[in-house]
Design a protein around this ligand. Structure first.
Ligand code: CUK
Ligand code: CUA
Ligand code: CA
Length: 644
């Protein structure tokens, strides 16, 4: 197989190393894994394609080099990995335009410094942040009519099981919710419609997969009882961000997908075994993709058929095998898929979910109407919902779509993208051994994980660009010491063959992202004074207001001056400083930096922010504008005098 594949490569550089790494990785991964020893030799290869024509390559490449002043045609929302933020890219150029801090402090905007951001992030009793680390993986945006509607995006924090919401009018994080009963919160997916009310054709729920089993409640009592370790699937209200309900399952959750009709949500599961160690987690030949019947779960919650655990008040319904044997009342369906699957992705035609095999060289295609038939008692064997389970290559992880019936799956071990046709795979699975479902293969550099195409997970999938998150960059960039960047590659998928367009280095470790047309969001560029109840609407309201040891300093900014030339407080005062930027011109941002007090934040046009600190150091402190705003920017200062 590998020889056959090599003959398909359009690039040969680095092949020796790739082959070496693959065989080493396969040996590691397949020790005792029968499924992986089955070489995917039966997979029909594409009829030997010639190398991509040089002309096509250069045309496509030209389209990603925007001239100065030209704007991109797509936005990309990218997980910021361990930086705990969301990256905003312009595509196809790949330029990073913005970073939206969520879970981790950010020194530019003062995230984790201002009172407003601390209220979103959550603080301990002493006012310090609860957490300053994060690990974001999955990001998705709200839907209407099967396409993004530009209201919200969400992003997970795997370490501390938090979900953050981003407002796409201001591109800021406005809410963070902790998921109770969960460790290792991984996949996210918003619903796309309500399962019952046909008028609700937009996102009102966000589903969250809990990856690690923990004893429930996790109070230190059952640490050595493997059978007590459980995972739950959570539903978060898209507006209030409250956790609406959870489902207790056998095995674990990993990634999440939702159907276009709102009836089904799914999670792939690699630990059906409920194992504690990795050998246990790969002991079974097959795991599962779980389908949640959203309407039935909500009926069960309404009917009071739930439990709660520990301090959490969130209703938890029973989604275990034992309680869900009867299809007509089942809340959850367990569809069997090969060993330790990874991503689950919904095809843009609304028909299928595709579960990638990871330790199996296959992708499993599950037809949604058949899953619903099983719930309705119209189809007896649930596994008949599997309409294709075809071999595509080694280490399949995530799948994207072009809206023309093709799927693009990352092959981690093969360091390749494989383009395959879903209907042909179904035909092959049915017995048509001449159905050539593999359309193309392209080497990527190296070990790809996530993949997404422009508009991929919407009804408006347009099949133009594909971005691939490669976990290893090795030799693709100038060396910078032992910690390598990752390599995000952009691929043109508008033609039959994939064409590699660009490499982009990225700081670890982004995982997931979405790409959508730029006109789907309409960001505001100036705040409204009424956005903050603290806004100081007139510079004349500025001043120092004392209430015992609590002092409020009200300040406004208008280039090139703050409204107070100086303000005086006493040592030991608890100072709350409120600053409104009264400049209303787009892009006229000021900053407020206060030496020795660990205060720095920016204020955008008509924005208000506040900070609270104890004036514990007497002296003179020059607070200065930290964002270049005016010819007299350096002169834009105020003096804080702290009397001994
Ligand atoms: S997981 Cu990272 S490559 Cu968190 Cu979506 Cu698959
Ligand atoms: Cu205001 Cu610089
Ligand atoms: Ca397993």
């Amino acid at each position: 197989m590998s020889d056959k594949k090599d003959s398909l490569n359009t690039e040969t550089a680095g092949m020796g190393r790739r082959r070496f790494l693959n065989s080493a990785a396969i040996v590691g991964l397949t020790a005792g894994v029968a499924a992986c020893n089955d070489k995917p030799a039966a997979a029909p290869a594409a009829s030997a394609p010639a190398a991509a024509p040089a002309a096509a390559h250069s045309d496509a490449a030209a389209s990603i080099h925007l001239k100065p002043g030209e704007l991109d045609t797509y936005y990309g929302l990218w997980s910021g990995g361990h930086n705990g933020d969301m990256r905003v890219l312009g595509l196809p150029s790949g330029r990073e335009i913005h970073r939206i801090p969520c879970f981790v402090p950010d020194a530019l905007v003062g995230w984790g410094i201002t009172n407003e951001s601390k209220a979103v992030m959550g603080t301990k009793a002493d006012g310090s942040l609860r957490y300053t680390v994060a690990d974001t993986h999955h990001t998705h945006a709200s839907y209407k009519d099967g396409n993004y509607d530009g209201r919200y995006a969400w992003i997970n924090d795997k370490i501390n099981s938090r979900i953050a919401r981003i407002r796409l009018d201001y591109f800021i994080c406005d809410k963070i919710t902790d998921l109770p009963n969960v460790q290792g919160f991984h996949g996210i997916f918003p619903d796309k419609a309500d399962p019952v009310d046909p008028n609700i054709n937009y996102t009102t729920r966000v589903f969250c997969g809990g990856e690690f089993g923990i004893p429930l409640p996790n109070n230190g009592k059952d640490a050595n009882k493997p059978e007590a370790y459980r995972s739950v699937f959570s539903c978060v209200d898209a507006e209030t961000m409250d956790v609406r309900w959870q489902v207790l399952i056998d095995g674990n959750c990993d990634l999440v997908a939702t159907s276009y009709d709102g009836k089904l949500a799914a999670t792939n599961q690699y630990n059906t075994e409920n194992g504690i160690h990795y050998e246990d987690m790969m002991s079974a030949e097959r795991d599962a993709c779980l389908f949640f019947n959203v309407a039935r779960i909500e009926e069960a919650v309404k009917a009071g058929k739930f439990k709660t655990y520990g301090d959490s008040k969130v209703p938890v319904v029973d989604g275990t095998h034992e309680a869900n044997k009867d299809a007509k009342t089942a809340l959850v369906a367990y569809v069997s898929v090969p060993k330790n699957p990874h991503g689950v992705n919904a095809s843009p035609d609304g028909k299928y979910f595709i579960c990638a095999g990871k330790l199996s060289p296959t992708a499993t295609t599950i037809e949604l109407t058949k899953v619903l038939d099983w719930f309705d008692g119209k189809m007896e064997k649930l596994d008949d919902a599997i309409v294709a389970e075809v071999e595509i290559g080694l280490g399949p992880l995530h799948t994207a779509f072009d809206g023309r019936g093709n799927a693009y799956t990352t092959l981690f071990l093969d360091s390749q993208m494989v383009k395959w046709n879903i209907e042909k795979a179904i035909a092959f699975h049915k017995g048509d051994k001449n159905a050539k479902y593999v359309v193309d293969r392209l080497d990527v550099h190296y070990q790809p994980g996530h993949v997404n195409a422009s508009q991929s997970e919407t009804k408006a999938a347009d099949g133009k660009y594909l971005a691939v998150g490669c976990k290893f960059s090795k030799d693709r960039f100038l060396p910078v010491g032992p910690l390598h960047p990752e390599n995000e590659q952009l691929i043109d998928i508008s033609g039959e063959k994939m064409v590699l367009l660009a490499d982009h280095p990225v700081r670890g470790e982004p995982h997931d992202f979405i790409i959508f047309k730029r006109d789907l969001v309409k960001p505001k560029q100036v705040y409204d004074l009424d956005d903050s109840p603290l806004a100081i609407k007139d510079a004349k309201e500025s001043g120092v207001f004392r209430n015992g040891k609590k002092v409020t300093v009200k300040l406004t900014s208008q280039a090139p001056a703050f409204s107070l030339r100086e303000f005086t407080v006493k040592k030991g005062d608890e100072v709350t400083l409120i600053l409104t930027n009264l400049d209303k011109i787009e892009d006229l941002t000021h900053g407020f930096a206060l030496p020795k007090y660990n205060v720095q934040f920016v204020i955008n046009p008509l924005e208000t922010k506040s900070v609270t600190f104890v004036a514990d150091k007497p002296g003179v402190f020059w607070a200065y504008c930290s964002t270049f705003c005016h010819a007299l920017h350096l002169e834009m200062r105020t003096r804080m005098i702290v009397e001994a």
